[in-house]
Design a protein around this ligand. Structure first.
Ligand code: BG6
Length: 488
């Protein structure tokens, strides 16, 4: 495995700890070797030390098993250099050949591009130029998100990559797909007989998907300033959640069949016109406020952020899927940094019971929607809100909850998303990765929204105090429909 950007944040916090977990679980072949490539000033020993610190800090499996970890460290190597320098690729080629000879890696290569997106094209071009994209074993490339910054750049990147690698060698990663609770969406929907018959517009009133974070932009200002909430989370992670919730049952669980169904959903998402844009898409930027009782800076005061920045740190949209199953059902998507509470959940609001017995207009206790909530994180699980009679002499109704929690039901702790995804890439299973057309279809929907915000709405970006649920406009997105955002 070759990691470009091996000394960056992602490698420290996720990739290297995931590699250690796979080794710990006995899922890596004994000859597995890792080459880090980065501009940092390390040699092999310095890199190993840096990775030792990273695993000690970020691994979910503690205490660290030193026998396993040391054996892994012994097969970690480092190449220092600029990603545009051909000499780096020659050194890399020599190092990989050494791994083949001495460790037995048999010419198999997994290139992981954990770098700024602007480098994806040049790194892959250099791999090709230096003979690293073909060889006697298999070659695969993992591309981190964001995949392009709009439809045109995603198409350009796709066609560039497809000239070098075949589609089954390209692994566009979206780590949300590696989360256990996201994989459970398919199990909940298709391994249970009771949901599928009611999983449609006849019975579902609307769907809310929320990805909320209390974190701010942290040390990623350079990246985030260019990206913003839509490019960072919505176009990828949230559209994938939407696709899994809304897709038709695939004919089997093979990658192509699942991806075919997901892409049909993304193709069916209705494009917004200029009128919709004003009422169906809201953005915001956090101001000073309080998180967990502690004061935090506003976005424009964060290090590396322009004082006049118009980058959105919050976004919500209302969208429709124009197919037979979902016609007329609004999907509301909301994401924000520095909001009141962190959590990712998908809530299916079922239609209310008819206004005849308990739900009549003059009823003292009108009944509420049944809501099926899939908690992706934290407190992973599924709950169903339903109505129940409050014990007593009068007919009083109250909402109660049936709750399933992964944590209390299953003894084993869940693997990290990156563990599953790295293993799948090594095995060559692309089921949990994004196909070229999925990436493009997600951009198709967001392109006009981003263009509208860039061109029409440049003078003003609504703000919200850190620690709240976004700008007032976010609530106003649902109010005309007589709905509210669910409180996490
Ligand atoms: C990343 C985004 O893809 O996902 C980050 O770039 C975000 O901004 C992160 O914080 C959230 O991931 P998770 O797994 O913590 O929900």
């Amino acid at each position: 495995m070759v990691i470009f950007g091996a000394t960056g944040d992602l490698a420290h916090r996720k990739l290297i700890p995931a590699v250690y977990s796979l080794a710990y679980d006995g899922l890596l072949p004994p000859y597995f070797s890792l080459v880090g490539v980065a501009v940092s000033d390390f040699d092999d020993a310095g890199f190993r030390e840096e990775m030792r610190v990273a695993v000690n800090e970020f691994s979910r499996l503690k205490p660290i098993n030193m026998a396993i970890f040391n054996a892994l460290l012994d097969r970690m190597y480092f190449i220092k250099g600029d990603f545009n320098d051909p000499a780096v690729y020659q050194l890399l080629q020599a190092r990989l050949e050494m791994c083949d000879r001495e460790n037995g890696t048999r010419g198999n290569r997994l290139f992981y591009l954990s770098t700024a997106p602007s480098l994806f094209a040049s790194i892959t071009a250099n791999l090709e130029k230096n003979g690293l994209s073909t060889g006697k074993g298999w070659q695969r490339v993992v591309i981190e998100k964001p995949f392009g910054r709009d439809l045109a750049s995603a198409q350009e990147l796709n066609s560039h990559l497809q000239k070098i690698f075949s589609e089954d060698e390209i692994f566009r990663i979206d780590h949300y797909l590696g989360k256990e609770t996201v994989q459970n969406i398919l199990v909940l929907r298709f391994a249970n007989g009771i949901y599928e018959p009611i999983w449609r517009n006849q019975f579902i009133d609307h769907v809310q998907i929320t990805v909320a974070e209390t974190l701010g932009v942290g040390r990623r200002a350079g990246y985030y300033e260019e990206a913003g909430a839509v490019r960072d989370m919505m176009q990828n992670h949230m559209m994938q959640l939407l696709a899994l919730i809304a897709m038709e049952p695939p004919i089997n669980l093979q990658a192509e069949h699942i991806r075919n169904e997901k892409v049909k959903v993304l193709e069916s998402v209705r494009m917004m016109n200029a009128k919709d844009m004003k009422t169906h898409a809201v953005r915001g930027q956090y101001n000073r406020g309080y998180i967990d009782g502690k004061p935090v800076k506003g976005y424009r005061e964060e290090e590396g952020i322009a004082p006049q920045s118009r980058t959105e740190t919050f976004a919500c949209v209302k969208l429709f899927i124009d197919n037979w199953r979902w016609s007329g059902v609004p999907f509301y998507l909301r994401h924000g940094k520095r909001v009141a509470k962190g959590g990712t959940e998908i809530s299916i609001f079922f239609k209310k019971s008819p206004g005849i017995l308990f739900n009549a207009a003059d009823s003292e206790t009108p009944v509420d929607h049944n809501v099926l909530t899939l908690r992706v994180q934290p407190d992973e699980g599924v709950s169903l809100r339903m109505e129940a009679k409050v014990p007593g002499q009068i007919m009083q109704i109250q909402s109660v909850k049936m709750d399933f929690r992964f944590g209390s039901e299953f003894a084993a702790s869940s693997p990290e998303a990156y563990e599953r995804l790295l293993l799948d890439a090594m095995i060559g299973d692309a089921t949990l990765f994004i196909r070229h057309d999925e990436a493009e279809q997600s951009w198709r929907f967001f392109d006009p929204v981003l263009a509208w915000w860039r061109d029409e709405g440049t003078r003003f970006i609504p703000s919200y105090a850190a620690g709240t649920w976004g700008p007032v406009e976010a609530e106003q997105l649902l109010l005309p429909d007589g709905r509210h955002w669910r409180r996490l």
